[in-house]
Design a protein. Structure first.
Length: 333
C-alpha cells in the first residue's frame, strides 16, 4: 500500500502576484467580515509598505501539498521590537490534523531565520459580541493560541474600527502576548507602549492613504479608545496568561478551559463522596458497621478522587501531594 505523505510549506509574498490572489481568496472566504480588512488595501500595502516604512509587512501563503490553504499577515515594528499578527486564516476543509500548529511552527521558523530582535509578539482576538465576554468560537481560538505559548493580558483592550464605515469591526477583544521569557507580568508602561504602537503606528498608518477614510475622524476614534484603556489600568503590573479571566469585568465567571473543567468534575465527585458518606452513616446504624470503618472508606474515596484528578490538573496534584505528606508525617516520628 502506497503511503501518502502530507507536506506543508510556507511562501513569503512580496507584492501583487498570482500567489497573493490565491492566498487572499482563502483569507476572504474564511475570515469573519466583521474583522476583515478590505483585500484591495492588502494588495496596495503588499507593494508599498516595506518601501515606505522601516517597519516590515510580511504576508505568507500556506501550502498543503502545493495547494494554498492558508493566509498569514503580520507586521514587524523594528524600533519597538514588536510583531503584530493581523490575520491567520486556514481553509475549513484543512483545519484538522494539527494544521493550525503546523502553520504556527512554519511562521515561527521563518521568523527565527531572519534573526530579528523581538521583545513581544502580540495578536488580537475579538469577542464578536456586544457584551463583556467572548463568544464560544473566540474562546476556542484563545485556547489554541495558549497551546502555542501565547498568554492573555489581564487588561482592557478594544479592537478599533477598521475604517470609519466598518462599524461591526469595533469590539471588545483580548490582547494576547508571546515572549521568550517565562514571566506572568508586564509593567503597565510596557502594555501602554505596545497599545500605542498598535493604535497609532499600525491602525492609523494603514488607513492614511485611502481616500474613503476621514483620517481626522478616525484618529479621534483611536484617541477615545486609547484614553479609555489608560483610565481602566489601575495597577502598576499587568498579569499575563489569564486562565481565570480578565481583571475588570472580562472573562469572569465563564472558565471553560481544561483546568476548570477538571475542577468542576472534582466538585461533583466530592459531592458524591459526601452523599455516600451520609448514606453509610445512616446505613451503618442498621447494619452495625463501625464509624471507624466508614471514615476509612471515605478517606479512601477522597484519595481516589484526587488521584484521578491529579492526572489532569496541576492543582489537584499539589493537593494530593500535601495529603500524602500529611499521612506519612506521623509515621516518621
Amino acid at each position: 500500500m502506497t503511503e501518502i505523505r502530507t507536506e506543508y510549506t510556507l511562501s513569503r509574498i512580496n507584492g501583487p502576484s498570482k500567489l497573493l490572489d490565491e492566498a487572499l481568496r482563502v483569507y476572504v472566504k474564511y475570515t469573519a467580515p466583521s474583522i476583515r480588512t478590505a483585500s484591495n488595501e492588502i494588495v496596495y500595502w503588499a507593494e508599498r509598505y516595506n518601501k515606505t516604512f522601516k517597519d516590515e509587512l510580511m504576508i505568507f501563503a500556506f501550502h498543503r501539498n502545493k495547494k494554498v490553504i492558508g493566509f498569514v499577515q503580520l507586521v514587524y515594528f523594528r524600533e519597538e521590537k514588536l510583531i503584530v499578527i493581523d490575520y491567520a486564516a486556514i481553509a475549513e476543509d484543512y483545519r484538522g490534523q494539527n494544521t493550525f500548529f503546523e502553520l504556527v511552527d512554519q511562521v515561527r521558523r521563518y521568523i527565527e531565520r531572519l534573526e530579528l530582535e523581538i521583545n513581544f509578539v502580540v495578536t488580537e482576538v475579538g469577542y464578536f459580541d456586544v457584551g463583556e465576554e467572548p463568544t464560544h468560537d473566540s474562546r476556542k481560538l484563545i485556547r489554541l493560541l495558549k497551546f502555542t505559548g501565547f498568554s492573555i493580558a489581564k487588561a482592557r483592550y478594544y479592537q478599533p474600527l477598521l475604517d470609519n464605515k466598518h462599524h461591526e469591526s469595533y469590539m471588545r477583544a483580548a490582547l494576547m502576548f508571546l515572549r521568550s521569557e517565562s514571566t506572568k507580568h508586564i509593567k503597565k508602561e510596557t502594555y501602554i507602549n505596545i497599545l500605542s504602537t498598535i493604535y497609532y503606528k499600525h491602525y492609523i498608518r494603514w488607513n492614511e492613504p485611502f481616500p474613503g477614510i476621514d483620517c481626522s475622524e478616525y484618529t479621534a476614534h483611536i484617541n477615545i479608545l486609547y484614553k479609555k484603556i489608560l483610565k481602566s489600568i489601575k495597577n502598576d503590573m499587568i498579569e499575563l496568561n489569564g486562565t481565570d479571566g480578565f481583571v475588570g469585568g472580562a472573562l469572569v465567571g465563564k472558565k471553560d478551559d481544561e483546568e476548570s473543567i477538571v475542577h468542576k468534575r472534582m466538585l461533583l465527585l466530592l459531592i458524591t463522596v459526601i452523599i455516600v458518606f451520609l448514606m453509610l452513616v445512616f446505613t451503618g446504624k442498621f447494619m452495625n458497621i463501625g464509624v471507624e470503618a466508614i471514615v476509612y472508606y471515605v478517606i479512601g474515596a477522597l484519595l481516589l478522587v484526587f488521584t484521578i484528578a491529579a492526572v489532569y490538573s496541576n492543582r489537584a496534584y499539589r493537593i494530593l501531594d500535601k495529603i500524602i505528606k500529611l499521612i506519612r508525617s506521623p509515621s516518621r516520628k
